[in-house]
Design a protein around this ligand. Structure first.
Ligand code: MOS
Length: 681
């Protein structure tokens, strides 16, 4: 972009307190510097209240450069704008800051837990944070077999390979943002609220996204800073976060501590489930996720208590990370189920089959469809589960200990209002458009398929466009709802324009009709969910099996095979769907064995905020066998396309299957992720 300037953010080195002195004289004199913005000279921003779909419903977003307050380690306290990235980065090192730190709270082990005002359940609804049915304490007291354990998941960061970055350019009072985003409409609304302008004056463009996993669901403060910088500089400004800054400038999966108590009869029927959890959130926003959701319906049990609590810390706000809630909650639940199976000397699949519910016992609604039995059967058969010796340490390959483990997976079927436009051209081709993002699942491809199918045109005659607020509005690309939501709108718009064309052209053949019409015609459709979620409990279900080899001398675990079977409704594209599942499995390997944002409890600093020390799986960590099966599922209730979504369920259960396999290999039950060699020696 011509005349582009670069912004570099100066971040606090304390977790809580005030900035007492900020001296930017040297930075301002540095080569190429255009401006240094701090709370003392930055324009006051409107920060209109706004709680978008991906924002915590309670609390207030982080305000930047508006006052001297420091809320968390890495809080933005200055923006240096210069001609080049290097000049901005260098000048940022010259900004001198003095703080008056206060005690703050950065140690999750030392704060009083608070009751969340409300808690997330599925399909975007919220609940009081304590739920109960039956009398769990009493049922537990008389249960023949019990397990009671605590499971810990550390903070994890999304670490998409593409960094977060924004280019902002003003043209009078109109702003254009080129942003890494999972939700262009959300960014436009957010920045409009921050600057107190009309959302129609903000255009957001984001045609390609190099991975996000949830980190792009909200507009973080660097987007505001880019826009602010561009306004002050009178030039387009680009702000790109460094890898290290991504540990302070975007959200993360919160550190979570969960106690799961199970009681069962000798014959393996669940009598009681108690699931108590707490996790970190910031001082300024109350982030909660559907941590306890699956516990309420995944297995049949008459006596269930779930309770969520929060640790309010001087950290920045956590956010959605692939299968937020379910990935963490199901890890604890499905490890606990494995421990119960061991205590009962019962096969873990058999334990689940004996507790297969007839309906959603929490909502008291029938499942729109539920293929767990079929998933267990198919995945077990493909895995060869019948050859498993039940005793820990009973399977070996030379000196390596081999373990086989399994877990159940589930994720809600989400469906939100979305819009799409379809235009037929006289040459018999079509243009179809919607503002949605494509963060990697293959939305370009699947939407083109849905459109071609609904139009009755060959796929090469359909051009799909996305990632721009000028196109019809969509929900965030998150919550595994894009194909359901945007796909339903695309399908409806394409059907409508086809019908219109055939009627107006007075022909049965679309090409002939368009020739006769001789000019483009278009249809725009807003699609929205009906009342199915009041009549059905709608979720995708799956079963995931893992084989590990543990080196008994080194404590190193290698995942050798993962086999997953999923009932996820209709599969629009088997290749991109399989790719989603493989990505989820590899993400689950990271969660199980590697990922850990190490937070220094004294000051909230992330000690390993880089890809050298925050380990994620690479190709060499991906098992040679990742076997994915989609069981046939025809669900007419979920949405017009009959799809349930796959992006998130793909990671759910993987870490538990691996942890359960490690127990089977070694006889050691590790309840704190990641399962690194030190924990196995
Ligand atoms: Mo997903 S955490 O909704 O990007």
């Amino acid at each position: 972009m011509p005349n582009l300037a670069h912004g570099s953010i100066v971040r606090s080195t304390i977790a809580s307190g005030r900035v007492t002195l900020i001296d930017s004289t040297a930075a301002e004199k540095a080569p190429g510097v255009i401006a240094v913005l701090t709370y003392r000279n930055a324009p006051k921003l409107a920060y209109r209240e706004r709680h978008g779909m991906t924002d915590p419903s309670l609390g207030e977003r982080l305000h930047v450069l508006q006052d001297d307050r420091v809320n968390h380690q890495g809080h933005p306290i200055a923006l240096v704008i210069a001609d080049t990235l290097e000049q901005a980065g260098y000048a940022a090192t010259l900004v001198r800051v003095t703080y008056a730190p206060d005690a703050g709270a950065t140690d999750i082990g030392k704060v009083a837990l608070i009751l969340p005002t409300q808690d997330q359940t599925d399909q975007g609804s919220t609940l009081p944070s304590d739920t109960q049915r039956g009398d769990p304490e009493r049922a537990l007291a008389s249960a023949e077999v019990k397990t009671d354990q605590t499971y810990v998941i550390p903070r994890e960061n999304h670490n998409p390979i593409e960094m977060h970055a924004t280019i902002a350019a003003w043209d009078g009072d109109r702003l254009t943002l080129w942003d890494k985003s999972q939700w262009v409409d959300g960014v436009a609304d957010e920045i409009a609220a921050v600057f107190g302008i009309a959302a129609g004056n903000v255009r957001v463009v984001s045609p390609f996204v190099g991975g996000a996993f949830g980190s792009g669901l909200r507009a973080w403060s660097h987007v505001t800073l880019a826009a602010l910088g561009a306004r002050v500089a009178g030039r387009p400004v680009k702000v790109m976060l460094s890898r290290r800054e991504m540990y302070y400038g975007t959200g993360y999966r919160p550190h979570t501590i969960q106690r799961v108590v199970l009681g069962a009869s000798r014959d393996g029927r669940l009598a009681a489930i108690i699931h108590n959890a707490y996790h970190e959130t910031s001082g300024y926003e109350e982030y909660t996720e559907a941590l306890l959701n699956a516990t309420r319906f995944l297995h049949s049990c008459s006596n269930v208590y779930t309770r969520d609590r929060l640790a309010r810390l001087n950290v920045h706000t956590p956010t959605w990370m692939r299968a937020p809630g379910e990935a963490s909650g199901v890890f604890a639940l499905e490890c606990a189920m494995d421990e119960l199976a061991v205590a009962l000397s019962l096969d873990p699949i058999e334990l689940r089959l004996r507790n297969e519910p007839e309906q959603d016992e929490f909502k008291k609604l029938p499942f729109s469809s539920r293929s767990t039995r079929e998933c267990y059967r198919v995945a077990a058969e493909r895995f060869g589960w019948s050859r498993r010796g039940p005793e820990p340490r009973s399977m070996r390959d030379g000196r390596l200990l081999i373990g086989w483990g399994m877990a159940t997976a589930t994720y809600p079927t989400n469906f939100a209002p979305a819009s799409a436009m379809a235009r037929l051209l006289p040459d018999g081709t079509a243009e179809v458009a919607s503002a949605t993002s494509d963060i990697g699942p293959g939305t370009w491809t699947s939407m083109t398929q849905v459109a071609a199918d609904a139009l009755g045109l060959p796929i090469e005659r359909v051009k799909f466009t996305l990632g721009d607020t000028r196109l019809p509005a969509t929900p965030p690309q998150g919550g595994s709802m894009t194909v359901a939501s945007v796909g339903s709108a695309v399908q409806a718009a394409c059907r409508k324009v086809r019908e219109d064309a055939l009627a107006r052209g007075g022909a049965n053949d679309l090409a002939e009709a368009m020739r006769r019409i001789g000019q483009p015609i278009e249809a725009a459709v807003d699609s929205k969910p009906g009342d199915a979620s009041q009549r059905f409990s709608m979720h995708a279900f799956g079963a995931v099996f893992a084989e590990v080899a543990v080196d008994p001398d080194l404590g190193q675990t290698r995942v050798r095979r993962i086999v997953g079977a999923y009932g996820a409704g209709r599969i629009i594209n088997p290749k991109t769907s399989r790719s989603q599942c493989i990505g989820g499995m590899i993400g689950g390997i990271g969660m199980a064995l590697m990922e850990h944002s190490v937070v220094d409890v004294r000051n909230g600093r992330v000690a390993n905020g880089n890809l050298a020390e925050y380990a994620v799986p690479v190709h060499a960590d991906a098992p040679p066998v990742m076997d994915v099966t989609f069981v046939d599922e025809n669900d007419p209730h979920v949405n017009p396309l009959g799809v349930k979504g796959l992006g998130e369920i793909a990671i759910v259960g993987v870490a538990s299957a691996i942890a359960n396999a490690i127990f089977h290999a070694t006889g050691k039950r590790i309840r704190e992720l990641p399962i690194t060699p030190d924990k196995l020696l």
